[in-house]
Design a protein around this ligand. Sequence first.
Ligand SMILES: *[C@@H]1O[C@H](CO)[C@@H](O)[C@H](O)[C@H]1NC(C)=O
Length: 348
Amino acid sequence: MASVRKLLWLVLVLFVECFSFHLCIHGESQVPCYFIFGDSFVDNGNNNNLPTLAKVNYLPYGMDFPAGPTGRFYNGLTPVDIIAEHLGFDNYVPPFATASDSEILEGLNYASGSAGIRDETGRNWGVNINFNKQIENHRKITSRIAGILGNKRSADDYLSKCLYTIVVGSNDYINNYFMPMYYDTSRKYSPEQYADVLIDQYSQNLRSLYLLGARIVSLQGLLPIGCTPNATHSYKRAAAICVDSMNNAAYLFNQRLKSLAYRLNQELSDAKFIYLNVFDIPLTQTSVPGLNVEISGCCEVTKNSLCIPNKASCQDRVLSLFWDGFHPSEAINKIIAGITYKAVLPFI
Ligand SMILES: *[C@@H]1O[C@H](CO)[C@@H](O)[C@H](O)[C@H]1NC(C)=O
């Protein structure tokens, strides 16, 4: 009798656990594979073994993540982790750097903290895997997939059903254009010209991705980058008074990214490029009455605006807008994931 009760209890516990962590509900995922490109907003460990200051495989990063610190730039889930849950994947998409051959068919995450569209972007932090390099890494992976599936045709067919998410561009501003002591781009280009240059490069990379089989691609626009604690501090604004010059530059980029998606959809009509507007997600205290803008995000930060190792973080992590000096909180990531999932759903 006791053992039956124990068994029932165990079933109940597992049921509740499965309910709160969607990950253990086994079933078909809505796409066979998910590939991710970008920067620290979505990196999940690719920088851990690179010579760079832009790596975060230490506490308090990961303090709310089941596996602890993994190289994710948050206390908990990245937006693409949450999207993978929505899509019904049993596991989060593994980082390219450490994935095994048996994992590549379900997709990979190529993202790298501090990376940008321009190769030089983010070098002030050390080495990163820039967007161009990420596409090259994907090229190698697609030929391995062709090897596994027997031929290129089966691989193309398979890869056309995958979802691709790209989150890149912030560092071309934060760690390039708005860092004139390291980079000359702000002397060479007006904000309009710079956005054009970035979008030209972006466009070439999307064409490469298309030639590598991608047909359903979400393109995340920039957040209001002038509202991060790092930006408001650097410009000595009162907390949560955003830096207009940065937000305006991001706005110009977003407009062009949106038009690019439109143009590519006309030209490559068997593909769908989906622009995601996240610029209007409120990242100021006044716009989200429920959420607090901690002075430097939720954790105590170094002079580089990343969390100080092993320092305790704010109590109300769920109520915070920012986690560190650059990265939004999980609450914001949930909003981003929701926007993405809703936008891609009609095409998967
Ligand atoms: C903002 O971040 C940069 C690194 O990207 C750092 O050099 C700078 O000191 C930070 N500014 C403030 C005010 O924290």
